[in-house]
Design a protein around this ligand. Structure first.
Ligand SMILES: [Zn+2]
Length: 509
């Protein structure tokens, strides 16, 4: 099989619009310390990380100015379409491309390329499209919709939108592209509202993946049917004076604090980097099969919604700055890496929201870390009980559900698989060891501000939709290098991941 680049002419034109030039020795010499090329990589390409079984590269650096080199190195033979371009504060350009094969989207096969001084110096992604890929569906869209609906719990009330499209999906490190029907299922179950993207195998009708599009801080099962599920009435706009409703005012203030933290720390202009209006609804309720609940907060892709809480499980969720930071960070993620909200990428998506919820709180607290920094939603969770929280970034299993060690991953809910990257972030910030001695690695902390800069850069410029834990390690290591951190600081990034069971400990010198 040829492994050549198959960008269509139109897509290639988009790529070539980049200010690409030959990689000058001066610009490339810093790459020479990388782990070196594998026999499989084109000349001049240094493989930073690769799939564990196939050894196909997932992160490359070096002489990438010839675009076919990138595709060849990552085993990508599909058509690329530019999805987003981010110019960071140092002037570097980062672009993400989605990929099609046989005219169909290849889910998770996006790549990120990194350009400095007009030179592409790095590229990454799970980009393999050089795999066996069926072209005809044995299962009709109608049958797929029935299968998708039937896959929900008996008490769920759901229906599939009319129409589906075909796409390709790959098991993590799988050796084929599965043809799938991609459809939208809406409704409610006992946990709350459902708007899911469901992937159904087009050959055998099995459910391949279910990807929620509503991202919530927490789902509890305490119900109240008094209030509204709609956006509601505008109460206070930018610059207007306080109103009589305290929840409106505190939400207004918290949105402002999140905006200010992102603007000051990263020069980011709102969630999309382009001044997107921040919208929230307070006194919201959330539908479930048995009624509604006030015990939730959510980001639905366009706005925040906060329930009042029932006073026992939660007080008013609008009062929590870290919950606001959490939900709004989903907006940052969806406009950058767009990490798929299932599997390890989903846990990483959730962790980034917890992490930047903590960062916003730290920023608001005068850049001071305290115990509350590492507790998610502690200010609104069980108001009659002090000292507890929804999640504990410094000791994730304390909630009784989260995992804190990568080998314990087995596809749990994304709110619990966030524990692994959450703990890595905590250890990178504060230093120390695994709280339950799952590993013996000791991490030297670099402080929350630097740790956050690493994770911010990785999320906004390096991670792609299918980034897993191992690739998050590589992505954050590369981000730390790109930020000009010292070798010891980069080593701390490696050690933080090793401490939570992602890869081995960095070698001591
Ligand atoms: Zn979330």
């Amino acid at each position: 099989m040829t492994r050549g680049i198959l960008f269509s002419n139109r897509r290639l034109a988009a790529l070539l619009a980049l200010p690409v030039m030959a990689c000058l020795p001066a610009a490339c010499s810093s790459n020479s310390s990388d782990s070196g090329s594998t026999g499989d990589a084109p000349a001049g390409v240094h493989v930073v990380s690769a799939e564990s079984k196939s050894l196909v590269p997932t992160f490359v650096r070096g002489h990438l100015s010839a675009l076919p080199t990138i595709a060849a190195a990552l085993h990508a033979d599909g058509e690329f379409t530019l999805k987003n371009t981010i110019t960071d504060s140092s002037g570097e350009i980062h672009q993400r491309y989605t990929q099609k094969k046989n005219g169909l989207d290849v889910l998770g096969a996006d790549i990120a390329i990194h350009v400095k001084d007009g030179v592409i110096y790095a590229a990454n992604g799970n980009a393999r499209t050089d795999l066996v890929a069926a072209t005809t569906a044995a299962v009709s869209a109608k049958v797929a919709a029935l299968k998708a609906v039937a896959s929900y719990a008996l008490d769920a009330r759901v229906s599939a939108d009319a129409g589906s499209d075909l796409a390709y999906w790959r098991e993590p490190e799988g050796d084929a592209l599965r043809l799938v029907h991609r459809l939208t299922v809406r409704g409610v179950d006992a946990e709350g509202e459902i708007v899911d993207t469901v992937l159904v195998d087009a050959q055998d009708g099995t459910i391949v993946d279910r990807i929620p599009t509503i991202m919530t801080a927490k789902v509890r099962k305490i119900y109240d049917a008094n209030q509204s599920t709609s956006r509601g009435t505008l109460k206070r706009s930018e610059g207007e004076a306080e109103v009589s409703d305290g929840a409106v005012n505190i939400s207004y203030d918290n949105l402002g604090l999140v905006y200010d933290a992102y603007k000051t720390l990263y020069d980011r202009d709102s969630l999309d980097g382009n001044g997107l209006t921040l919208i929230s609804s307070v006194h919201a309720i959330f539908r479930t099969t048995t009624g509604t609940t006030k015990n939730n907060a959510s980001w639905d892709g366009s706005q925040m919604r906060y329930g009042d809480g029932d006073g026992t499980t939660f007080s008013n969720l609008a009062n929590s700055l870290d919950v606001t930071g959490h939900e709004l960070t989903h907006g940052v993620t969806s406009s950058t890496s767009n990490l798929t909200y299932s599997g390890q990428s989903g846990g990483l998506n959730e962790a980034l929201s917890d992490i930047f919820g903590a960062v916003v709180q730290w920023y608001h607290d005068g850049k001071v870390v305290n115990d509350s920094t590492w507790m998610v939603g502690d200010d609104v969770y069980t108001p009659n009980k002090a000292g507890d929280a929804l999640r504990y970034m410094s000791n994730p299993t304390k909630d009784g559900k989260s995992i804190d060690y990568a080998p314990d991953y087995n596809g749990q809910n994304v709110h619990y698989t966030s524990g692994v990257p959450n703990l890595a972030f905590y250890l990178l910030s504060q230093g120390g060891k695994h709280p339950r001695d799952k590993t013996t690695v000791t991490v030297t902390g670099i402080g929350i501000e630097k740790a956050a800069a690493v994770f911010y850069r990785a999320n906004t410029t390096i991670f792609t939709s299918s980034t897993n834990y191992a690739q998050a390690r590589t992505g954050t290591e590369q981000a730390a290098q790109q930020l000009g951190f010292t070798a010891d600081e980069v080593k701390s990034v490696s050690a933080a991941w090793a401490a939570v069971g992602v890869g081995s400990a960095p070698v001591a010198e």
